[in-house]
Design a protein around this ligand. Sequence first.
Ligand code: HEC
Ligand code: HEC
Length: 164
Amino acid sequence: MSSVYRNALRMFAVIMLLAGAVAVAQADDDEHEGGRRASVSNAKWQAECGSCHVAFPPRMLPAASWREMMSGLGKHFGTDASLEAPVALEIGAFLEKNAGTGKQEPTAKPQLRISETRWFVREHDEVPERVWKNPLVKSPANCAACHTRAESGDYRERNIRMPE
Ligand code: HEC
Ligand code: HEC
C-alpha cells in the first residue's frame, strides 16, 4: 500500500469520527434546546395547545410521550383538552414528526411531563427552591415565568429572568 493511499485512508477515518461526534452533539441539543434550531410550527397546534399554557415545543418530549398524551386529552392533567378527531390527528402527527430523541427504558410508561424529564431536571438543578415556590412561578410547567420568550419557543439562556 502506498503511503499516500494510507494517509488518505487515515484522514478519511478521522473525518468520519469527527462527523460522528458532531452528529451526537447535535442530537443532544435537538432534544431540548430552544434557540439553536429553527422553530417548527403548526397553526392548529399553536392555537389549541397554546391556549392554556405556552405551546410546548415538540422537541421537548419523545414521540411516544406525545402519542400517549394525544390519546388521553379528555383527561389532561385534570382538565378536558379534547379536540375534534381530525384536529387531534393533525396535531399528533406534527408533534411526533418533530419530537425529541430522548430515550427511556423500553418498558417505562411514556413521560407526559416535560418538567419530569431527565434533561429538564438537569438544566434546572440550580434554580433555588424559593423561586419554584414563588407565587409568580407556581408550577415548573409555567415556563414563561422565567423564559421570557417561551411563547415563541425560545428558551435560550440570555432570555431567562427569574422572579425574585
Ligand atoms: C384546557 C386547558 C389545556 C389545553 C387546551 C391544553 N393543556 Fe396541556 N396542560 C394543561 C394543564 C392545566 C396542565 C398542567 C399544568 C401544571 O401542572 O402546572 C398541562 C400540562 C401539559 C404538559 C406537561 C407540562 C409539564 O412539563 O409539566 C404538556 C406537555 C402539555 N400540557 C401539552 C399539551 C398539548 C400538546 C396540548 C394540545 C393538544 C395541550 N397541552 C392543551 C391544560 C391544557
Ligand atoms: C423558575 C424559573 C424557570 C422555569 C419555570 C422554567 N425554567 Fe427553564 N431554565 C431556567 C434556568 C435558571 C435555566 C438554566 C440556565 C443555565 O444556567 O443555563 C433554565 C434552562 C432551560 C433550558 C436550557 C437552556 C439553554 O440554552 O441552556 C431549557 C431548554 C429550558 N430551561 C426549558 C424550560 C421549559 C420547557 C420550561 C417549562 C416546561 C422551563 N424551562 C421552566 C429557569 C426556569
